[in-house]
Structure formats: structure tokens, C-alpha cells
Write a protein that binds this ligand. Sequence first.
Ligand code: R5P
Length: 288
Amino acid sequence: MIIVGGSASSKLAAKVAKLLGCPVVNSEVTKFPDGESYVRVNYNFKDEHAVVIQSTCYPQNDNYIELFLLLDAIKDLGAKRVTAVVPYFGYARQDKRFKPGEAISVRTMCKLIERAGADDVISIDIHEDETMANFAIPAYNLTAMSLIGRYVARLDLRDPVVLGGDQGALPRAKRAAAEFMADYDYLYKIRQTSTKVTMRPKRLDVSKRDVVIVDDIISTGGTVIEAIKVLKKQGARRIYVACTHPVLVGNSLKKIIAAGARKVMATDTIEHKISVISVAPVIAESIR
Ligand code: R5P
């Protein structure tokens, strides 16, 4: 097996290769003078199982093009099998036609990954599990929530509650909480008027308790900031925030801290200064 690190995930690829004790090669990526992408991967792939690791975070379009070019080139260079590992799957939230005429972007990305030559696909905490059903090839969605739970368990929390940002995040909260036998719940949205929505934990009282909010993605931080405000009003003690994918656009991290988060933690599906948890073990385990 040979691990190929795309430019968005070269550090993660090196960690996966180290865990598996197999070689790693990085893609060489530049731009032609007219802006087109140039990709080269210098390795003899003949009869190899190549595992391409490339998150499709910002700049999403460049990172996707690099992924497509890598998959196609590696297949063409004689690899017997190519696995696409896309730890952060860009466009995953555009998975429906919310308004008439919209592109269902993630479906298009799935088609292109498959058509470019992937024999199987792996992602981590993709926004909706069902997205993997767009692939005709085997496609697996792993989770980083146990790793997040194990990290959080070392924080010396007092009477902790793990909260999913919404009902869909409840299984994530449950998985993280199981690592340190904490209570878990989710934030339930209550529509007060046609324009006003508030939220509260569905079952549990957070008063005087430490709270860990878990989510798949933090992008603008809007969801988490709203949750922090509400939890503070309800008397939560210290509030921690953990996510798999630290998209964190603009100054969203500052705003989350300013809203009252004690610490914000994430994995390295996207390289960020808060990426303190590596997903390399779950990737390595799945391709071993
Ligand atoms: C929503 O369903 C997701 O799980 C995240 O909560 C959301 O995408 C985060 O986005 P933002 O940080 O922009 O609120």
C-alpha cells in the first residue's frame, strides 16, 4: 500500500503512513500561468493499492480538481486499486435542492470522484450519512467522535454534559459522551414567533454543569455562538466546543471565544491551529 498526500492533507497523510508503516508520497501541485492546476505524483504505482488523502476544504474547487487529477493519474499509472480518502468533504451541506433550480453540488462531487477512478471512498463525519449513498462504489463514513470524547475526557470536567448542536447531532454527542460516561443531549429549537427561534437542551438541566458542544462542522460559528449564549443564560458552568471539521471562516474563532467558550477543539481533517486531535488512527484502522 502507498499513501498519497494531497496538498490539503499532507501532514495527515504522513501520520497515517507512519501508523501503517507504509510509504508516503506527496503530490506536487502548482498553477500554470493561466491559472489551471498542474499535478504530478512521482512514484511507480504499478499494481499498488494507492490511498489518496485529500480534504476538499478551502480552496474547495482547487482541492477538488487536485483530487480528480490525482485519482485519474494514479489509475492511469497502473495502480490496481485507488482509495479516495476525503476527510473533509466540501459541498456536503449542499445535498438537497433547497430552492428550485439549485445544483445538488455534493452529488456532482460524488459522481466526479467515482468517474475519476476511485474504487472506494472514505470520509469522516460527513454532514449527512446518506450522501455516501450517491456512490455506486463502496463508500464509508467514519466518525471522529470517539477520538473527540477521549480528548475531552482528559479536561477534568465537572458534572459534564455533551450536547449536540441539533437533533441530527445527537448520535455524535452520544458517541463522544460514551468515552467518559457523561450525560448527553441535544439543543432543541423552539419557534416562538415566525421570526424568533430559541433553543434549550431537550431533556437535561445544564445549570452549574460543564458543557461540551459537539458538531460536525463549525463554519461561521453562528450555530455554536447562539448555543453558548443560551447555555450561559441557563446557568452552564464552563462551555467547551469540539468539532470534527474546523472550517472557521473569517474571525469566527475569535467570536466563539468572545461569546464565552472556554476552549475550542477540532481534528486535523482540516489543518488549523485548533486541530489538536488527529483522525489518523481512524483512517489507518479503516484501510489496514
Ligand atoms: C448544521 O447542520 C451543521 O451541523 C453545523 O452546525 C453548521 O453547518 C455550522 O455552521 P455555522 O458554524 O456557520 O453555524
